[in-house]
Design a protein around this ligand. Structure first.
Ligand SMILES: Nc1ncnc2c1ncn2[C@@H]1O[C@H](COP(=O)(O)OP(=O)(O)OP(=O)(O)O)[C@@H](O)[C@H]1O
Length: 384
């Protein structure tokens, strides 16, 4: 399917129309959206985050809440949900649809994806649309489990290199296969050899893509002016990633394969694979304070995270000419007036479509006339 040719000066990809059917607290909603800053305001529990979640589900994965698909279907509805978006961007106009058709029809936990009316795999969405988000749950990103930071980093990589999603999926699939063999107590050497060869290949590619992203991002973060969003120092803590750049990929791949083969007994005892990029961590430090991010105050951690995401958006813009759509949940409430103003101005400068939520529309008063303001009220949305 080819998109309609791009209009001159189409700008970054943005959602022009969004439709929700039986999604969370929305029975049926159709929204016309502006290309730049969009503010959703409303009371607690009104459905603001649900709108961001719907947009996040236009990319692969389970969205910004990582909720099972069964949970997002409207309670009291027919059992499935549907999302539909019409988008414009440098590659022209295109349409994305996704949803579940109710239990049993497409298999448990699955969802269907359509791009320009043709059935597609969820990973294909990355060829069309990249979305990044910051949510209140990510306040614990630097203090919480390494898995959250890996997922965050992988999302940053995917927003520039769509192939990363497929590589990560291949790696996960083969690792689950190896874990199954370990759990069954299998000693089928040929089977292990085949799986470990595949894991070494995709695992090394994942490590290389992450290392490249961290390098690029570290350079971009270093270009942030000293001020509202502190510079972060970024590094990777993983056996494969630390080798990247110091050895040819084939050598890293072979070392990983040998390590996996040599670790079978240890992994059998542990009941899972202990070596590989699924154990790596993204290490973040607050450069001006020369302190691990985890030791910084909540506000400082938030500002660091915002700085990283904004730097990434700029990087994506410079590398691909397209800036991801940003979903910034309750961000204004966490920033002081100076940082808020800086955030708005950087977002406008980036030119990307940015969705922000808040219970208090007054926090956005400085962008009145420069943003689309929408009031969210328990299942309906109208222009403020
Ligand atoms: N599957 C579902 N079916 C119907 N309603 C749901 C479903 N899941 C969640 N909800 C409702 O959605 C509402 C929460 O929406 P959301 O989290 O978007 O609120 P919010 O406006 O972001 O609130 P806050 O400002 O408190 O963060 C709640 O009222 C919740 O009961």
């Amino acid at each position: 399917m080819t998109p309609t040719p791009a209009a001159d000066g189409a700008g970054p990809v943005h959602i022009r129309k969004l439709k929700l059917t039986d999604f969370r607290n929305y029975a049926a909603l159709a929204l016309d959206l502006a290309p730049g800053l969009v503010v959703f305001s409303g009371d607690n529990g009104a459905g603001k985050t649900n709108l961001l979640e719907a947009i996040s589900l236009l990319t692969p994965g389970r969205g910004l809440r990582r909720a099972p698909y069964g949970e997002v279907a409207r309670e009291g509805g027919p059992g499935g949900f549907a999302l539909h978006a019409a988008l414009d961007g440098p590659q022209g106009s295109f349409e994305i649809g996704t949803g579940t058709a109710g239990a049993g029809i497409i298999g448990e936990g699955g969802r269907r994806v359509r791009i320009n009316a043709a059935q597609a795999a969820a990973e294909d969405l990355l060829d069309w649309l990249r979305v990044l988000w910051i949510t209140p749950a990510m306040d614990a990103l630097f203090t919480g489990p390494a898995g959250d930071r890996r997922r965050f980093l992988d999302r940053l990589v995917m927003a520039i290199d769509p192939g990363h999603g497929r590589r990560a999926q291949d790696y996960e699939k083969t690792m689950r296969g190896r874990n199954r063999l370990l759990a069954e107590g299998s000693r089928d050497g040929a089977f292990f050899d085949a799986i470990e060869t595949q894991m070494a290949e995709s695992g090394t590619a994942i490590a290389a893509a992450r290392a490249e992203m961290v390098g690029l991002l570290a350079a971009m973060v270093g270009r942030l002016p000293d001020g509202p969003f502190p510079q972060a120092e970024l590094a990777l803590n993983g056996p494969l990633e630390t080798m990247v750049g110091h050895a040819p990929a084939v050598e890293i791949e072979e070392r990983f394969r040998v390590a996996l083969a040599g670790g079978r007994e240890r992994d059998r005892a542990a009941g899972r694979t202990l070596d590989g990029p699924h154990r790596s961590d993204l290490v973040v430090r607050h450069r001006p304070k020369s302190m691990p991010a985890a030791q910084c105050s909540t506000g400082e951690q938030k500002a660091l995270l915002v700085g990283i995401v904004l730097s990434h958006a700029r990087l994506a813009g410079e590398m691909s000419g397209d800036v991801p759509i940003l979903l910034l949940d309750e961000i204004a409430a966490h920033l002081d007036a100076g940082r808020r103003a800086a955030l708005f101005s950087i977002l406008e400068d980036l030119g990307c479509q940015s969705f922000m939520t808040g219970t208090d529309a007054a926090l956005f008063s400085s962008i009145a006339g420069r943003a689309q303001f929408l009031t969210v009220d328990h299942g309906s949305v109208w222009r403020s």
